[in-house]
Design a protein around this ligand. Sequence first.
Ligand SMILES: CCCCCCCCCCCCCC(=O)SCCNC(=O)CCNC(=O)[C@H](O)C(C)(C)COP(=O)(O)OP(=O)(O)OC[C@H]1O[C@@H](n2cnc3c(N)ncnc32)[C@H](O)[C@@H]1OP(=O)(O)O
Length: 205
Amino acid sequence: MFTLEDIDGVEIDRRAALYGPLADAVRELIDATIRTETDADVIRDVEATVRAATTRLRDRQIDGAYGVRFTPDGTGMPWGNAVVGLRNPIAPPLDIERDEDGRHHSRFTLGAAYEGPPGHVHGGVCALVLDHLLGMTASPGDKPNFTGTLTLRYRRATPLGPLHAEARIDRVEGVKTFVVGTLSDAEGVTVEAEGVFITPAWARD
Ligand SMILES: CCCCCCCCCCCCCC(=O)SCCNC(=O)CCNC(=O)[C@H](O)C(C)(C)COP(=O)(O)OP(=O)(O)OC[C@H]1O[C@@H](n2cnc3c(N)ncnc32)[C@H](O)[C@@H]1OP(=O)(O)O
C-alpha cells in the first residue's frame, strides 16, 4: 500500500518533468473531448490516434494501481491519487499548502470534466476534494488517518471555475481526529465539511 522507493530529489524531479506534462496533456484532451464540436471525420481520426497512443503506453506498465510511494527522507509520491496525483489526468490536480498552524488550503480550478448540475461542480466531486483535503489535514505526521465519517452541508451550488478549499483540525481524541473545512468560490462558502479521521489499527502505537 505504501511503498519505499530509494530515489533522491533529482530523480523525483526527472520523473515529475516526464510524467506531469503527459498527464496535463491528457487533462486537456478530456476537456476537449467534452467540448468539441468539430467534424465527425476529425473525431473518428482523433479516436484512432488516441487508441494508438494508449497502445504505445501499455507497451510496458505496472500491475494494478500506482499506490503511494515515498522516499527514505519521507517525500511522498501519491502520483496516482484521484485528487493530487501528478500522473493522474482525472485529478484536477490540487496543490495543497500547509500553514505553520497546521491549516491546509488549496486554490484550484474545476472545469467541464467535473460538472454535475449544469455549469456547476458535481456534489460527489465536492466531497472528493474535501475528503482528501481534510484527510491530509488530519495526517500531519508520518501516520495516515483515514476517513471514518465525512459530513457535508451543501449551502449553495458550486460553480465550475476557480475555487478555494481549506481545512483545520478541530480536536483530537485518541485515535480520532476531528477536522472541519470549507469549499468556496469568489462569493464565499459553498460547502461546509466536518470529518472524523481515524488511525487504522495497523498504524497505532
Ligand atoms: C508516507 C506518507 C504517509 C502520509 C499519509 C498521508 C495520508 C493522507 C490520507 C488522505 C486520506 C484521504 C481520505 C481517504 O480517501 S481515506 C479512504 C476512505 N476511508 C476508508 O477507506 C476507511 C475504511 N475504514 C477503516 O479503515 C476503519 O474502519 C477505520 C480506520 C475508519 C476505523 O478503524 P476501526 O474500525 O479499527 O476502529 P475501531 O473499532 O478501533 O474504533 C476506534 C474509534 O473510532 C470510532 N469509529 C470507528 N469507525 C468510525 C467511523 N466510521 N466513523 C466515526 N467513528 C468511528 C470508534 O467508535 C472508536 O471510537 P471510541 O469508541 O474509542 O470513542
